[in-house]
Ligand binder design. Structure first.
Ligand code: HDD
Length: 709
């Protein structure tokens, strides 16, 4: 049986190989017949009608007519890459999954990052959650960790998922807006779902506008179970920590990037991998012994809650490296089918009602997207462990099952494929004791919707809080119906009265003096009134530094794109030394000039131009270097494109190194913040020497600049 499978697999692989080889040879029809003319249809006479018998034309057009498959209902826009996962610390005490016990072994993976709300062709820089899905091709079968870059979710029960998605997608009557939550239906739904407030705090934070897929955290979101050899269970939450640190862009910047380069994240991931700058993440786990299940003031089964890292530290146990771009977007990135139910022996679900619904949804959606229960045979979805069972036939079956038996038990096939004993790796669900009534309700342990929203808001720096206020002002001011804006302000009063006040003042909404129970707040039937009120309106203000991006900035000088803006001549020595420092830090300097080709430096040598002032923009760089010693600041800034470059970089708080006379440069720029009292370069966080510039780069942004205007 094993041999026949292997032979079959080899045959499929050979077929694939031959197919690839054929692309170098003569063109053929899908039936393998060599094509002599691929440009002219068969006609009756040189000006006559085309003939139905033209099987070459018909085949070409029929195939073309069927090229598209439905895009994903959510997470339609994505980018993916191949890579490896390597375990550094064994979790053998907690799980028997070899993926988490065999230290040092390289397991192949395929990871796909995505936005949620937009269509396949939408912009990368939408304010949105990012999907972070990883498929591990292990010897025990495929394991999928289908998470997001935010550790919690909008809703607690999968019953609400279709409504959430309908609300955030473009409105049904006019299909507007694309890839944006700033519209009435989304905020109407959110304003009626108090449980969404924690996640809203995250999506209104800079987490929802990442600088790069390579600079986001990932989270499994739900609490899962590990099961060890002794069948003991430990609760586990999964985390991905990017080695490049977590970094985001600003909202104004995000909107401009969406116009200048809607493929910004896709391109960034692709280029990094092509250039050998392989993105890496560490896998972290938060482990909770089963006996501690009820020791938290929230329910581990509630996906709108996280376990604060200050309460249960994240242990780093392995490394994910993405090192190869897909060969074909459709075959791999589009056809990959993730599923939170693709599990290994040693890992199991919990009764999180959001997770339970997902277990149905993902197979179901593949049936309509990929068209057949044989989607596991598409190369990107194939398990490296041979697949043997009695599932048969259906559309597009690739595997040629041999033998006369396709059932179990059997004698004709020698009893094969046989059921694996537990000790031989047979999957065995955790024997959780369940004793309850069949009821359609929400547990009272899920009722606190605001404590962690407050925890998140309170853990942010002032800058981050201001970005959240700005985001809410932007989003809610796009809402046309006044009652929805009011309902949202009521919701926000339960997170922070200050936050609610700041947002309310630009919405023309009157602010209540104390927290207001949101519309539709549903108190569980069994909850005691006083207890409920104290939990829901708990004024505690705890913090957790792990929730802030700014408090954890690291490696911001690595893998960055720095624009050297030139209008002509500059000192080669200066450029050489800057380039060396930037490259030593692991970043890249790109020369941007008025035209492509070469520019000449002050010594007359040619320097290659990478991009022009017309085909690129300041928002596509992490930092800029501008000015040159051979030209006056007036001359440099006479070019309006250069001025625009600097102004955007300044407003987006990016590191700026000015090589010409900085005082005149700043004067010529005419920054609104310094018209009245001329400020020095240092006061404006503009650098004039390379070392300070490199230090600025390490900070990611000069957020202090936001307070200047
Ligand atoms: Fe989902 C896709 C992540 C809740 C139903 N989801 C999808 C993808 C990610 C997530 C990363 C894209 C996978 C890829 O790259 O192909 N989803 C999540 C997370 C959730 C979540 C982290 C909450 C913790 N999802 C969720 C619920 C349901 C779905 C509650 C339905 C009951 N999700 C789907 C789906 C998708 C999907 C409709 C669309 C395409 C696909 O599955 O393959 O079935």
């Amino acid at each position: 049986m094993e041999n026949s499978f292997n032979a079959e697999n080899k045959k499929l692989k050979d077929l694939e190989k031959n197919h690839l080889a054929d692309e170098k040879g003569a063109m053929t029809t899908d039936q393998g017949v060599k094509i002599n003319d691929d440009h002219n249809s068969l006609k009756a006479g040189d000006r006559g009608p085309s003939l139905l018998e033209d099987f070459i034309l018909r085949e070409k057009i029929t195939h073309f007519d069927h090229e598209r498959i439905p895009e994903r209902i959510v997470h339609a826009r994505g980018s993916a890459a191949h890579g490896v996962f390597k375990l550094t610390t064994s979790l053998a005490g907690h799980t028997k999954a070899k993926l988490f016990t065999e230290v040092g072994k390289e397991v192949p993976v395929f990871a796909r990052f995505s936005t949620v709300a937009g269509s396949k062709g939408s912009t990368d820089l939408a304010r949105d959650v990012r999907g972070f899905a990883v498929k591990f091709y292990t010897e025990e079968g495929n394991y999928d960790l289908v998470g997001n870059n935010i550790p919690v979710f909008f809703i607690q029960d999968s019953m609400n998922f279709p409504d959430l998605v309908h609300a955030v997608k473009p409105e049904p009557h006019n299909e507007i807006p694309q890839a944006a939550s700033a519209h009435d239906t989304f905020w109407d739904f959110i304003s009626l779902m108090p449980e969404s407030m924690h996640m809203i705090m995250w999506t209104m934070s800079d987490r929802a506008i990442p600088r790069s897929f390579r600079m986001m955290e990932g989270f499994g979101v739900h609490t899962f179970r590990f099961i060890n050899e002794q069948n003991k269970s430990t609760f586990v939450k999964f985390h991905w920590k990017p080695k490049l640190g977590v970094h985001s862009v600003m909202w104004d910047e995000a909107q401009k990037i969406s116009g200048k380069d809607p493929d910004f994240h896709k391109r960034d991931l692709w280029n990094a991998i092509e250039s050998g700058d392989f993105p890496e993440w560490e896998l972290g786990v938060q482990l909770v012994p089963e006996e501690d299940e009820h020791k938290f003031d929230f329910d581990l089964l509630d996906a709108t809650k996280l376990i604060p890292e200050s309460e249960v530290p994240v242990q780093l146990v392995g490394t994910l490296t993405l090192n190869k771009n897909p060969d074909n977007f459709f075959a791999e990135t589009e056809q990959v089918a993730f599923h939170p139910g693709h599990l290994l022996p040693g890992i199991d679900f919990t009764n999180d009602p959001l997770l339970q619904g997902r277990l149905f949804s993902y197979t179901d959606t593949q049936l309509s997207r990929l068209g057949s229960p044989n989607f596991h045979e598409i190369p990107i979805n194939r398990s490296v462990n041979p697949v043997r069972n009695n599932q048969r036939d259906a559309h597009m079956r690739m595997q040629i099952n041999k033998g006369a038996s396709s059932y179990h038990p059997n004698t004709i096939g020698g009893g094969c494929p046989y059921q694996a004993m537990m000790q031989d790796g047979g999957f065995h669900s955790y024997e959780e004791r369940i004793d309850g009534k069949k009821i359609r309700t929400r547990s009272s342990s899920f009722m606190d919707h605001f404590s962690q929203a407050r925890l998140f808001y309170n853990s942010q720096t002032k800058t981050e809080q201001q970005h959240m206020i700005n985001a809410l002002q932007f989003e809610l001011s796009k809402v046309k119906r006044a009652h929805i804006r009011e309902n949202m302000i009521n919701q926000l009063t339960n997170v922070s009265l200050d936050l609610a006040k700041e947002v309310a003042q630009v919405l023309g909404v009157e602010l209540p003096n104390s927290p207001v129970a949101p519309v539709n707040e549903s108190k569980p039937a069994d909850a005691d009134d006083a207890h409920y009120a104290s939990v829901v309106r708990d004024p505690r203000t705890t913090t957790d530094d792990a929730l802030s991006i700014i408090k954890n900035v690291k490696n911001a000088d690595k893998s960055r794109k720095i624009g050297f803006i030139s209008t002509g001549a500059y000192s080669s020595d200066r450029l050489k030394s800057i380039t060396e420092k930037v490259e030593m830090a692991g970043s890249k300097l790109m020369v941007v000039a008025p035209t492509l080709g070469n520019i000449r430096n002050s010594e007359g040598h040619k320097v290659k131009v990478d991009e022009t002032l017309f085909n690129t923009a300041s928002v596509l760089y992490d930092a800029i270097i501008v000015g040159d010693e051979a030209k006056s600041s007036e001359e440099i800034l006479a070019n309006s494109k250069v001025k625009e470059f600097v102004m955007d970089a300044f407003n987006h708080c990016k590191p700026i190194l000015v090589l010409s006379d900085a005082t005149t440069f700043i004067d010529e720029l005419g920054l609104p913040c310094c018209r009245e009292s001329m400020k020095s370069a240092a006061e404006l966080y503009i650098d004039t020497d390379t070392d300070t510039f490199m230090a600025s780069l390490r900070k990611h942004r000069h957020w202090e600049r936001e307070e200047l205007s």
